[in-house]
Design a protein around this ligand. Structure first.
Ligand code: TPP
Ligand code: MG
Length: 327
């Protein structure tokens, strides 16, 4: 089933306004390190919106976008980031370890490469249950210099496990990659292990959606794992320890209004997947400028409500520290 471009844009706007709310809250509540998914919205929405009940998702330190893309409650996610009892995990997971098993997020690992190992375990279980569900590993290019990536990819290939390896590559070709990988071609790794693979422009939700659909069909049909590299443009603020509105608060009207477009952030505004997608859909007549503004306003209202819920949620009681401790 093809995704509706308007719904994908709406989800991308939710993801963006969620992360901007995280910046606002992190400053107001003096929070520490966050890893934001600004710039990853097209791939995230196009991929996660195609998953089904029963699919298993393993994400990373940069998980917020994936969770919002899959439909996780933004109020509970913000409360989790604030360490509140009303958070997805009672405030114990925080920004790096948020999970929501009801939507397939069983375990989130901030250990670079951890999601790859976990996904192969999940895929092993799915194969034994003989379902057509899939496991999805989300990870950055940096994960490919971790030993666990090689063991896990190899096992997935040997046992033809139902797993989609979805790599968000935000290192530019020719630049030093986050990973210290001896090849600049990331797909050389899965190719060598006989895993089907492809690369796609991760800033284009339609191209990414089609590539993910092909990958998911391959995996669901029992053909073994698939490795998809999504090439992303890194948001200039992504390296900060404490985030700021490095490229300004997103103004969707900059997609068409040259007076709103900034000279300072011109390069970002050219590649920003939200503005890019808005421009494409408006040019094609799929949405109007007014539609884009209305979808964006709706996202802002959702996030204001989510903030209200999160800030009203109490901190966990001291006794809660021992709940969920097995040994
Ligand atoms: C095993 C391990 N080593 C180091 C770190 C510290 N660390 C956190 S994010 C990061 C970079 C990860 O790069 P990449 O996987 O490409 O993701 P990106 O942040 O670029 O989205 C590192 C080294 C970690 N979390 N886990
Ligand atoms: Mg990276």
């Amino acid at each position: 089933m093809a995704l509706s471009p308007r719904e994908v844009l709406a989800r991308m706007l939710l993801m963006r306004r969620f992360e901007e709310m995280v910046i606002t809250l992190a400053r107001a509540h003096k929070l520490g390190r966050q890893h934001l998914a600004i710039g990853n919205e097209a791939l995230g929405a196009a991929a996660l919106m195609q998953l089904r009940a029963g699919d298993l998702i393993y994400t990373t330190h940069r998980n917020h976008g994936h969770m919002i893309a899959r439909g996780v409650d933004p109020g509970k996610a913000l409360a989790e980031i604030l360490g509140r009892a009303g958070g997805l995990n009672g405030g114990k997971g925080g920004t790096w370890h948020m999970t929501d098993p009801s939507l397939g997020f069983q375990s989130t690992s901030a250990m670079v490469g951890g999601s790859i190992g976990l996904s192969v375990g999940g895929a092993f279980a799915l194969k034994h249950k003989k379902t057509d569900n899939v496991a999805v590993a989300l990870f950055g290019d940096g994960a490919l210099d971790e030993g666990i990536a090689y063991e896990a990819l190899n096992i997935a290939s040997l046992y033809a496990l139902p797993v989609l390896f979805l790599c968000e590559n935000n290192s530019k070709e020719g630049e030093a990659q986050t990973s210290r990988l001896a090849t600049k071609e990331l797909t050389a790794v899965p190719k060598a292990l006989k895993i089907a693979c492809a690369s796609v422009d991760g800033g284009d939700p339609e191209a990414a959606g089609k590539a993910v659909a092909t990958a998911l069909a391959h995996v669901r049909d029992g053909n073994g794992p698939y490795f998809l590299e999504a090439q992303l443009v890194r948001w200039p603020g992504s390296h900060q320890t404490v985030h700021a509105f490095t490229t300004g608060v997103t103004d969707v009207t900059a997609a068409w209004d040259s007076a709103k477009a900034s000279n300072v952030h011109a390069e970002w505004q050219r590649t920003d997947p939200i503005l890019r997608t808005a421009r494409t859909l408006i040019a094609r007549g799929t949405v109007t400028r007014e539609d884009v503004v209305a979808l964006d306003n709706a996202a802002a209202v959702t996030m204001a409500k989510a903030r209200g819920f999160a800030e009203a949620s109490p901190y966990p009681k001291p006794e809660a520290a021992l709940a969920g401790v097995f040994v």
